[in-house]
Design a protein around this ligand. Structure first.
Ligand code: NDP
Length: 454
């Protein structure tokens, strides 16, 4: 069944940081690429006028990719503005007027999650939810219980099929390619299991700190910020069984099955770190125990993966900014050539950012009389030209009712169940110097398997 397109785009939080950095650039791109031509209504409590919203949009584009004058003129013409408090029924009455003839609006809640409930109910009371869709931003809850509560709140107003939970990582070209590569090639499937895979490492490194957002980070930490969502989604795409189709239901069913097989984290399988200097950031407590780094080991209890450790490492103030997956294969069974080095070479590497690369590590013979070899990589480099940004892709999908890249309620809850036991101060953080790969204690998470690949 083909979904029906939304006929108006409403974004709450029009004066906010996310709108500035991501939403205006995505809207301009959608106008330019796809000829988006529906009312675009910004809602905020800032007391702005429509002209101030247009100025904000221009400023946003100037700082985030550039202004395309023709597309911007179109955006300006499509823009409307509704001002008001999100707890005040008048705001929604005014929105209803601004929506005019719209029968199927898409509402984007680019606001703090504490406001999702009041806004959803305000929309319903003003009759703005019939046939509507809603996009909600991360973080989706702080733990399993709050995610369940948030789902209940949204379900009071919207059916699950109308709720689009954004994880912008799923909109990335490289992450989609991971899924494609796995299931479009027959050579992987025979080895993609415990018989041939020794271990898997997922790394997400940033070489910067909290960039003035210390107060925000104090409420979050690395597990909530990137592990529960982005990195567990990557793990699901890597480890799940083949979905029966590419529709959203099949994808989510395959992911859910995988998440349910991942053992909830045991405190002994995780090391939390904090970079030296974090406690001096504005908005950060002098005795903060919030992690800015995490190294952890997951166990996937399926026939395919039993006994294969999945390692995740993520953090701030690390030596580089890069995201990568490495799947290490078991070494050849016999020591004919230089076996001691075989574990270095037999692997698949998926570089997700900054560049998109898929490569296979292999050993080849060095020219000469002896049977000695060297490690090489067979590399497929993906040329990113003018692909859609994750936000352009995801907003466009939501407008078309395509749920494939959005996270379903049960999948979100299943992912929280994995990290729930280690949220909070299970153990004190270990400190690390900025520019290093986290605290020394992280080494104890990997025993054997060649250690962490930096
Ligand atoms: P902001 O703090 O910039 O606020 C967004 C909007 O929410 C603003 O319009 C703000 O209005 C309004 N707002 C803030 N607090 C309240 C409140 N108590 N009651 C009513 N309105 C309020 O947030 P962001 O734009 O950074 O983030 C929006 C959402 O997107 C959040 O859920 C965030 O977690 C998520 N997100 C943000 C990312 C980012 O890069 N910024 C990345 C990924 C997700 P006013 O300006 O009047 O205060």
């Amino acid at each position: 069944m083909t979904a029906i397109d939304s006929d108006a785009f409403v974004f709450f939080g029009a004066s906010g940081d996310l709108a500035y950095k991501k939403i205006f650039p995505a809207l301009q791109a959608m106008i330019r690429r796809d000829g988006l031509d529906i009312p675009i209504i910004g809602v905020a409590r800032s007391g702005w006028t429509i002209d101030q919203l247009r100025e904000r949009a221009r400023d946003s584009l100037e700082h985030n990719g550039g202004v395309d004058e023709a597309a911007f003129a179109k955006l300006s013409a499509l823009l409307r503005y509704v001002d008001g408090d999100y707890n005040d029924a008048t705001t929604y009455a005014n929105l209803k007027i601004a929506l005019k003839d719209s029968q199927r609006p898409l509402h984007y809640l680019a606001i703090p999650p504490s406001m999702f409930g009041p806004v959803a109910h305000g929309l319903a009371a003003a009759n703005c939810t019939t046939n509507a869709r809603v996009i909600v931003e991360k973080p989706f809850g702080r733990d399993l219980a709050s995610a369940q509560a948030l789902n209940r709140t949204l379900h009071e107003v919207f059916p699950e099929s109308a709720i689009f939970r954004i994880d912008h990582y799923l909109g990335k070209e490289a992450v989609q390619n991971l899924l494609y590569f796995r299931f479009a090639n027959s050579f992987l499937e025979p080895i993609w299991n415990r018989n041939h895979v020794a271990s898997v490492q997922i790394t997400m490194a940033e070489n910067f700190g909290v960039q003035g957002r210390g107060a925000f980070y104090e409420e979050v930490g690395t597990i909530r910020d990137v592990v529960q969502n982005h990195l567990l989604q990557v793990l699901a795409l890597l480890a799940m069984d083949a979905p029966v189709g590419q529709d959203a239901e099949s994808m989510n069913a395959a992911k859910l099955q995988l998440f349910r097989a991942v053992r909830p984290l045991d405190p002994k399988d995780i090391v939390r770190g904090q970079f030296v200097g974090y406690r001096n950031e504005p908005g950060v407590a002098a005795d903060s125990q919030v992690e800015t780094f995490v190294a952890l080991r997951l166990h996937v209890d399926t026939w395919r993966w039993a006994g294969v450790p999945f390692y995740i490492r993520a953090g701030k103030c690390l030596p580089v900014t890069a995201s990568e997956v490495r799947v290490d294969l078991k070494p050849p069974p016999m020591d004919i050539f230089d076996r001691a080095r075989a574990h270095e070479a037999n692997y698949f590497r998926f570089r997700l950012s900054p560049e998109v690369v898929i490569s296979t590590g292999a050993r080849v013979k060095k020219p000469g009389g002896t049977m000695h070899g060297e490690s090489i990589e067979l590399v497929a480099r993906h040329q990113l030209r003018r692909e859609k940004s994750p936000y352009e892709r995801l907003l466009s999908d939501a407008l078309h009712g395509d749920e494939g890249l959005f996270t379903r309620d049960d999948c979100v809850e299943a992912a929280w169940r994995i990290v729930d036991p280690v949220l909070g101060d299970v153990d004190p953080v270990s400190f690390y110097e900025p520019g290093t790969w986290g605290p020394a204690a992280a080494a104890k998470i990997i025993v054997g398997n060649g250690g962490w690949h930096d």
